[in-house]
Design a protein around this ligand. Structure first.
Ligand SMILES: *Cc1c(COP(=O)(O)O)cnc(C)c1O
Length: 284
């Protein structure tokens, strides 16, 4: 059986049942998941932010539903996806107690379809009041508020989305503070859970020797934002803290050492994936 055929059946109009992963693939995924989990555990004691275990989000973009099922059957519950339609298709076929994290570019016009996923756990890439309002408006039938994280562009690279990080003293008109307040005060169907960043690859490569500056920046931004939101304490975060989502395959240990609460690991668990352009040309 070729696993690549699963992706094709998923975009068909008839609902497809998830193909079983091959035994070989199950074995492979179990091994990598165990290795990554062990590395997370090992780096985690340095994380004093919340006193709890960090969350490992398995980033499954471009990977077949059968891969996700294999990880699920091994106990993994948090999965991250970047593309709305791919997420919708997978969520429809896979167990309802999966916690889906949307980590792709968030477009306001995709709010409705995103909000239609009952087990959507978090949108990690909110970056504007317009986007927050659109999402909030679509979520009226949910019984619990949807977790949102604000994306921060810590590296300042043009290609990365997100709001500017905060530096002390925080200007009265800082966009990030505005957006956070807006969500807390005017979006009852959203729960401001924390901040997310991607960080630059250069920092990631250098951080084996020295602290990753992008991760330090996100942490500082979080601390400053918590101060600014002190009057609304209790209405945001978890256990009184805003969570930090930072760290991917190449740098999650550095991120955990800096206090990350949520790491997003794709390649390290599922192996390499095709480039975006290659997937596009193969499916169009
Ligand atoms: C793809 C992706 C990841 C996972 O990246 P890997 O390097 O494969 O671990 C994490 N976060 C975001 C936002 C991504 O788009």
């Amino acid at each position: 059986m070729r696993i690549s055929c699963v992706l094709r059946t998923m975009s068909a109009t008839t609902p497809a049942t998830v193909l079983r992963p091959t035994l070989e693939r199950v074995e492979e995924l179990r091994t990598s998941l165990a290795e990554i989990s062990a590395r997370v555990q090992q780096a985690a004691p340095a994380n004093a932010t919340t006193g709890r275990q960090p969350t490992l989000v398995a980033v499954s973009k471009y990977k077949p539903a059968s891969d996700i099922l294999a990880c699920y059957e091994d106990g993994q519950r948090d999965f991250g996806e970047n593309y709305v339609q791919e997420l919708v298709d997978k969520a429809a076929q896979l167990p309802a107690d999966i916690r889906w994290h949307f980590i792709g570019t968030f477009q306001t016009n995709k709010s409705k379809i995103l909000a239609s996923i009952p087990n959507l756990y978090a949108v990690q890439t909110v970056g504007s009041a317009k986007g927050a309002d659109a999402l909030n408006k679509q979520l009226t039938s949910r019984t619990t508020p949807l977790n949102v994280l604000l994306q921060v562009n810590t590296s300042g690279e043009d290609v990365k989305s997100g709001l500017a990080p905060l530096t002390s003293p925080v200007p009265a008109d800082a966009e990030l503070v505005h957006l956070a307040r807006h969500i807390v005060s005017s979006c009852p169907h959203l729960h401001l859970q924390g901040l997310m960043t991607i960080g630059s690859l250069t920092e990631s490569l250098d951080s084996k020797e020295k602290p990753n500056e992008d991760f330090e920046k996100l942490k500082q931004t979080r601390d400053l934002l918590e101060e600014a939101l002190a009057p609304e304490k209790g209405q945001w975060g978890e256990g009184g803290r805003l969570l930090l989502s930072m760290g991917m395959s190449s740098d999650f240990e550095a991120a955990l050492r800096t206090g990350s609460d949520i790491v997003r690991v794709g390649t390290g668990i599922f192996g390499g994936r095709p480039k975006k352009e290659e997937v596009k040309s193969a499916t169009s």
